[in-house]
Design a binder for this molecule. Structure first.
Ligand code: UD1
Length: 351
């Protein structure tokens, strides 16, 4: 029997890529999304790429405990990947309650349902943001987490801890009183970017993008006038920040590896954490010039003051994920930047 994975937030950017890779690897997928930050574009794209018109889609809000519990009762779920969360760092600073309420409540409901249903593993989408301004680079999973610099980052740190505590507390359960053990993995993503090679799914920011790559592609297509590079006086070789940009398809494949590890009983600990990045630091300026070169265009950009809250540099030590998940980022920076541009053009052609 095929294993079934619930993907909460599965109609969004990363969730849609993960759904494609799970189906390619032979999993059944149930997508749940409240559509608060996306439309059906990516879910329709997923159906085209997979040739599957019958992927169950449930429009629910994970903040509703009864709706989440019903989902787990309606489908036999072997693993849940929890993406359903708000993710705009700046907005989280302006509206912390919105972020704490949504991001924590939805995860609590997922965990509550997971422990009430037998054999359900939980994969949490965490972020490199949990490291804050790390003292040593690259960061390993045991690099101490620094205080979060935003409520968004705080929800990632808190959710990791909640998952760890639930895993620990439920380890002794045996199904009596309807309580079951939960195993968990947190994947700490570095900077996801790019789109599926088909250009049928990709990042679809609402309004002005906060993240670098959608801002670059929207500037290139003429939706934005000029890209601001935030800060060129950082203590780095070219003065701009360093990040670890991970291709979204590579990232999606890491989820398949982690889910397989959980459902096949291969975890070494009941709660595990993996960095998901490339291990390669790239500066903002390098990324911009690589985008120009690979796509044969000139980008209108200027240097602007530093953006508050940005860390100077962060990149991953990925050896644990490479060894334990048998996973490695494969796509080149150039392939990924070409895919991001192909997706932006696809959107323009289909507008
Ligand atoms: C942020 C979040 C991270 C999240 C990621 C993807 C924090 C501190 N960071 O990462 O958790 O996983 O988004 O959603 O919580 N830049 C420009 N011009 C722009 C936009 C960005 O120069 O118009 C620069 C930034 O200053 C930064 C780099 O590009 O140096 C990457 O920025 P961004 O894409 O927003 O990601 P992060 O802030 O690294």
């Amino acid at each position: 029997m095929k294993k079934r994975v619930l993907v909460s937030g599965g109609a969004g950017y990363i969730g849609s890529h993960v759904t494609v890779e799970l189906i390619a690897a032979g999993y059944e997928v149930v997508v749940a999304d409240n559509m608060s930050n996306c439309d059906m574009t990516c879910f329709e794209g997923v159906k085209k790429i997979t040739g599957r018109d019958d992927i169950p889609f449930e429009k629910i809000d994970c903040c509703d405990p009864a709706a989440v519990d019903k989902l787990f009762s309606d489908y036999a779920i072997d693993a849940v990947i929890h993406f359903a969360a708000f993710k705009a760092v700046g907005e989280s600073v302006a509206e912390p309650l919105k972020y704490y309420r949504n991001n924590l409540l939805s995860f609590l409901n997922i965990l509550e349902a997971a422990k009430s249903h037998s054999g359900c593993n939980v994969l949490f989408s965490s972020s490199a943001t949990v490291y804050g301004e790390a003292e040593t680079l690259p960061v390993t999973e045991s690099t101490p987490r620094m205080p979060a610099t935003s409520p968004y980052g705080n929800t990632k740190q808190m959710s990791e801890d909640i998952l760890r505590d639930v895993v620990f507390a439920t380890a002794k359960y045996d199904g009596k009183d309807g309580q079951w053990p939960v195993k968990g993995i947190a994947l700490r993503y570095f900077n996801p970017m790019g789109a599926h090679p088909s250009a049928l799914i990709g990042e679809l920011p609402r309004g002005v993008p906060n993240n670098l790559v959608p801002f670059i592609t929207q500037t290139a297509i003429g939706k934005r006038e000029c890209l601001s590079i935030f800060g060129n006086d950082y203590p780095t070789a070219d003065g701009t920040c360093l990040r670890d940009y991970i291709d979204v398809v590579d990232l999606a494949k890491a989820h398949v590896a982690a889910v397989s590890r959980m459902v096949e009983g291969k975890m070494k600990e009941d709660y595990e954490i993996f960095n998901i990045g490339t291990g390669r630091p790239v500066s903002v300026y390098e990324l911009v010039t690589a985008f120009e070169k690979v796509n044969g265009l000139k980008l209108n950009y200027k240097f602007a003051p530093r953006r508050p809250g940005d860390v100077v540099a962060i990149w991953a030590d990925t050896s644990l994920a490479n060894k334990e998940l048998g996973w490695k980022a494969e796509r080149t920076l150039e392939q990924t930047l070409a895919s991001a541009w192909a997706w932006e053009k696809h959107l323009a052609e289909n507008a």
